[in-house]
Design a protein around this ligand. Sequence first.
Ligand code: NAD
Ligand code: WQD
Length: 342
Amino acid sequence: MSKRILITGATGYIGSHTIVELVNAGYDVVGVDNFFNSTPRVLDGIKKILGRKIDFVEADCADLRDFEKVFRKYGNIEGVIHFAAYKAVGESVKKPLDYYRNNLNGLLNVVNLMSSSARAANIVFSSSCTVYGQPSAENLPITEEAPIQPATSPYGKTKQMSEEILKDCVYALSNLKVSVLRYFNPIGAHPSSLIGELPNGVPQNLIPFITQTAAGIRNCLSVFGNDYNTPDGSCIRDYIYVVDLAKAHVKALDRLAVTDERIDYFNLGTGKGVSVLELVHEFMKATGVNLNYKVVGRREGDVEQVWADPSKANRVLGWKADTPLDVVLESAWKWQQAIMKK
Ligand code: NAD
Ligand code: WQD
């Protein structure tokens, strides 16, 4: 019998792509979401890709009573991938209580229900490169040993606190094993264009802003700063294809089933830093679409440059993000066109 894995945040951007990869790898999944930042239509996209429905329960992970019903309905859950969280950095500054309540209660409930209901409780946790802040030059590219810096937003703090909570719980709960995945900048969409990122309102992240500008929904992309200490002056990030990222979750679960390591940390990126201006030009080259952009002042709170050293994930998980950037950008553009037709 295949292993049943609970996916919180199942209809979200990364959760939906991960479900596809898990089912293709032979896992049996149960999805949970409260549609705070997604819609039930994502389930139709997943169904079309897989050729069948997945088990799904609408529930709020941050509400213990509501979340418990999933564990009552599905008794034999062997692992969880915990994606469900609020993720808008700027909003978290304005609504810290909402972020602490949702992101921390959700995690506490996952650990509580898993460790009390399963013989072996394997948890994969969605963390972020935000825990590293702006690394000093000698720490670039970033390994998992780089210092964790005080987060500048409540969102970032929830990720740091969650990592601490998991460390303490692993020490105390003998049936718990955890894989902490620190994502860099996930972008792109499934090649089918049936699932992808669905930003709410004006996108804060670069790629959805680029694709909406290319589609004529936004007039002009603002490039936030060209006076940074980087080769072309714009900020550098490690953009990782969401399908490659999804595959890393399969590997992390596979490993939890066999490893003696109780908690482990992995940087998930490509290992290559790309500047905002490079990305803009690569997008135009890959899609043949002209992009209206202008350089404006810096965005408050932006880190200058950050990219991953993914060699631990490459070695230990046997995983690599290797989809070429032009293919990734094309997938984001195809997805933008697909959602405009819906
Ligand atoms: P997303 O908003 O697309 O997906 C999260 C999903 O969780 C949404 O469908 C939302 O409705 C759901 N959700 C939120 N709170 C919930 C709750 N209490 N109960 C049930 N469902 C709830 O975000 P994403 O980009 O897929 O991110 C997934 C995870 O990865 C998050 O934890 C996020 O912090 C983390 N992460 C994302 C990025 C990124 O750039 N996208 C980078 C690093 C880390
Ligand atoms: C990328 C680059 C901007 C929009 C965020 C979260 C972080 C993590 C990943 C969750 C930056 C520039 C952007 C625009 C621009 N998420 N930009 N014009 O800031 O690296 O990280 O996502 O954990 O916590 O903060 O991603 O896509 O917002 O920005 O010039 O309209 O694009 O300045 O250099 P960021 P982003």
